[in-house]
Structures are given as structure tokens and as C-alpha cells.
Design a protein around this ligand. Sequence first.
Ligand SMILES: C[S@@+](CC[C@H](N)C(=O)[O-])C[C@H]1O[C@@H](n2cnc3c(N)ncnc32)[C@H](O)[C@@H]1O
Length: 270
Amino acid sequence: MREKRAASIGIDSWTPNGARICDYLLGGRENCPTDRAAANRRLQSNPAARKTAQANRAFLGRVVSHLASEVGIGQFLDIGSGLPTRRSVHEVAQEINPDARIAYVDQDAAAIRHSQAILARDGVRNVIAFQGDLRKPGRILDSPRIAGFLDLRQPVAVLMLAVLHFISDEEDAHGVVHHLGGGLAPGSHIAISHTVDESPPEVGAAVRHGFQFVGAALTPRPRAEIDRFFEGFELLEPGVVDVCDWRPDPLIDDSTLGGRIIVGGVGACP
Ligand SMILES: C[S@@+](CC[C@H](N)C(=O)[O-])C[C@H]1O[C@@H](n2cnc3c(N)ncnc32)[C@H](O)[C@@H]1O
């Protein structure tokens, strides 16, 4: 991404940014030299970071595809969305249903400004992006931006991919999901992916260290605690599994991605 364009969007290209680092790891072009330097430092301490990001994004694609085509959901609320590039929710959902509506929410104001610029540049329809904090789920659901855009009386898919592990137990990550689930219409779905606390200690330390460059504290959780996010939901098969094992596409070999670091699942509101 050229400095001139970054400046025109109001982006500080001198400070590494988590969403742009993620874009770089996914092979995107919406990042700056400082993001690439931070990503490469992360890769030094955690060489699996790129494959993990790619496996997580492939999981996102399969989940959205399933929800749009098999379940028939046409509204998506993606919280902790990062940048809408590299097979993001709207790209997958609107290929199946061109009228699908997608709201991207991220706490990072720079990521939101950047997302809005990408969506405007690409002339994308039926997609909005606004700033919101997953730790305050009521404010997101009650936001006038949502009220004018999604119909929460109808089923909606709420995606929280690779974001709940940035919310600590003190900040009540489980309460956040519970609160969100309580505000959704029957037939709605939630999808979660989360760093699992099953890595050997040195890998876990490297993963946590990899996020310190962008000032984000990571809380990997044991699998039982990740399962607990789905309490009150009907868990879709195959449950909470390594993201690579969630309904893998038989035509695509994902087996070299991942590495038991990030698990995910989908639950339906009864
Ligand atoms: C690793 S990226 C994940 C992007 C995308 N969901 C994916 O799975 O590829 C995490 C994103 O979550 C955002 N984030 C972190 N804490 C958040 C919070 N409390 N509320 C909303 N977004 C948050 C970060 O700004 C970042 O863009």
C-alpha cells in the first residue's frame, strides 16, 4: 500500500496495525512496510503465524458459505472483522446471495476507516463498517448503524473469529457471548474461532510474544473453555475442532495449514 493512499485515508503508516498485519499474513496488499516488519518479527517468534491466519480465513470462508447456502442466512455481523480483503465475509456471502447484508465491526478506528475506504473503492453494495467494542455487545446490537441496516428480528450470523482471545476472563469473554446470543432471533448462528491453550509451552509463549508488537494481549484458552462459549446454542457438526477440520473442502488440501493452535465452531440459536 502506497504512503500517499494511506495518508489520503487518514492512516498512520508508521505504526504497525493488527488488521494490516493480518492482511499481510493472508497475502494481501493493504499493508505498509512497518506492518510487514512487525509481521516478520512475529513470524520469527512464531513461524506458524501465517499458516494459522490462512487456516482461520479458510474456516471463515467455509462457515459463511455454509450459512449462506445451506442455512439460508442473508445477514452477517462480523465483530473483530479486521480488513475486508482476501475472501472476507461479503465476498463469500454475496457470491452465493448478492443481496446478503454484512456489517463489519472492529474496535480499531484505523481498521474501520481503512475498511470503509476499501469498500468504497470497490463499489461494494449492502456492506457497512463501523467502530465497536465486542466487550460492550449491547452497544453494538443497539447501535443505530445496526438498526438501520440489519433486521435483528430475523436470523443473523454473528461471527467472532480470532477475536475473543483478545478478551480476558476479567473482561468476561463468556458473558459477552452470552449477552450477544440473548439478543438474537431463533435460527441465528454464532461462529467462533479461538487460539487454544494446548500448544507446548514454548510455542504458546511464542504465539503470545508475537502479538506484543501490536500491543494486543492474547488469552489462549483450554478447549473446555472454548466449548463453553457455545452453551445455550446447538453446536453444529463436527463441534469445536481445529479450524482445518471444520467441514473441510474435499477439493482443497488444507492439511499443511494450521497446527492445533486455533479451533472453531458454529452454534445455532434454538
Ligand atoms: C486477528 S484479527 C481477526 C480478523 C478476522 N476476524 C479474521 O478472523 O481473519 C483480530 C481483529 O479483532 C479486533 N479486535 C480486538 N479486540 C476487539 C474488541 N474488543 N472489539 C472489536 N474488535 C476487536 C482487532 O482490531 C483486529 O482487527
